[in-house]
Design a protein around this ligand. Sequence first.
Ligand SMILES: C[S@@+](CC[C@H](N)C(=O)[O-])C[C@H]1O[C@@H](n2cnc3c(N)ncnc32)[C@H](O)[C@@H]1O
Length: 215
Amino acid sequence: MLKPLLARLHAPVYRRRLSVLTELILPHLRDGDTILDVGCGAGTLGAALHSQAHARGMDVRVEGLERFPRGGEPIPVTPYDGKSFPFANQSFDLVIVADVLHHESQPEALLRECIRVSKRRVAIKDHQLWGPLAKMRVSLIDWAANAPYGVECLYRYNTPLQWESALRDLRLTPVALHRSINLYPVGFNFLFGRRLQYLAICRVPSSLEENAGAL
Ligand SMILES: C[S@@+](CC[C@H](N)C(=O)[O-])C[C@H]1O[C@@H](n2cnc3c(N)ncnc32)[C@H](O)[C@@H]1O
């Protein structure tokens, strides 16, 4: 009984999250791009990006990759074992990993795979511990958002400094860094949005742009 109730309460919050994230990621897309949504869950973020990109005249292709596919996703989804992505190096222009890394016991390995298969950008959306009772607030929203879908929570989140050093270690260069996002409806956002939310859109080390700069 608790799970359907949580799912119903979560729906409007999730809708706003989708539209905010889509608006922040869209400017980084180009016509003809291929996009991989890693840990796509229900596939709604990838689908929203696809439809908004098309509405703006960009013909992009979006697909998902999931460890535990749910079925019925609005984008094509490839299942895999959660370790090596079944794609060649630089297969996609943009790789999105949204609220997945904190569910993964080896987040660095997962991020390395995201970088490997990306030609140009990796978009990392996750949480960060910043502000009073941050761990408690993030844990609560993480549990409430995932319990209805049976997604395991590890309750481990990065601080802003840990994000900085993770990007540096992997030679990811942020081209857009959002360290406070009004991700949720007012009120809810005050408690669970803002500085608990993190989005970095990064240039990957092997990107063509970087190689051009090195010449
Ligand atoms: C909180 S949901 C996020 C769903 C979606 N990215 C979104 O933003 O709406 C986290 C998802 O990551 C998936 N996941 C966890 N570890 C994964 C891994 N190593 N590779 C791919 N997916 C993973 C889970 O199965 C779950 O569906």
